[in-house]
Design a protein around this ligand. Structure first.
Ligand code: SF4
Ligand code: SF4
Length: 174
């Protein structure tokens, strides 16, 4: 009687997934596309800030730049931003000292300080909505500079832009 000769099963060699670019490349080596994709769309950096002259501490206000689309949390003139708003800093060209003006949740600051991206970052979650769901974005919490008294900045100082987000509602990936 003839049987069927079966080969012993081959050991399975699991292929390690390639780590994502933000875990392997320094900021300075990233392509323009990689660099831009790091922005989580929170728009916290588009809030007006005040610096304490004595301590150097940076205070955030809940007043947003006039070019910010408050609903989309996006700049209305991104390509021309530094020409239209002289205070707007192009991070890619900025000195490392400029990062201290960024919120602690900002992807550029996190990576520059050797820290990982959070679960709600769109590159990690795969969903641009998580930055809003986690309470990181400015959506629903700020006013435009066009609608407030320019001399009342100190009364508009808020602490939440310095904090992290809420607990993950639907954590994805890692
Ligand atoms: S704070 Fe950082 S991550 Fe958030 S919008 Fe600004 S540059 Fe992008
Ligand atoms: S010009 Fe655009 S990117 Fe710059 S602070 Fe204003 S809204 Fe933000």
């Amino acid at each position: 009687m003839l049987g069927v000769l079966r080969r012993p099963s081959q050991p399975m060699h699991e292929v390690e997934p390639k780590p994502p670019f933000w875990q392997t490349k320094p900021l300075s080596a990233m392509t323009d596309e990689e660099w831009e994709s790091l922005c989580d769309g929170c728009a916290r950096c588009c809030l007006h800030k005040l610096e304490d002259e004595d301590t150097g501490e940076v205070h955030y206000t809940d007043v947003a730049c006039r070019l910010l689309d408050l609903a989309r949390c996006r700049c209305r003139a991104y390509a021309e931003r530094t020409r239209l708003v002289p205070d707007c800093v192009s991070l890619r060209d900025a000195a490392p000292d400029a990062f201290r003006w960024l919120p602690a949740t900002c992807a550029y600051r996190l990576l520059a300080e050797g820290r990982p991206l959070e679960w709600w970052h769109p590159l990690v979650s795969g969903d641009p909505r998580t930055v809003h769901e986690a309470g990181i974005s400015i959506r629903g919490r700020v006013v435009s500079e066009r609608d407030v008294d320019p001399d009342g900045a100190e009364e508009r100082i808020v602490e939440w832009p310095k904090t992290g987000g809420a607990a993950p509602a639907r954590k994805k990936g890692a």
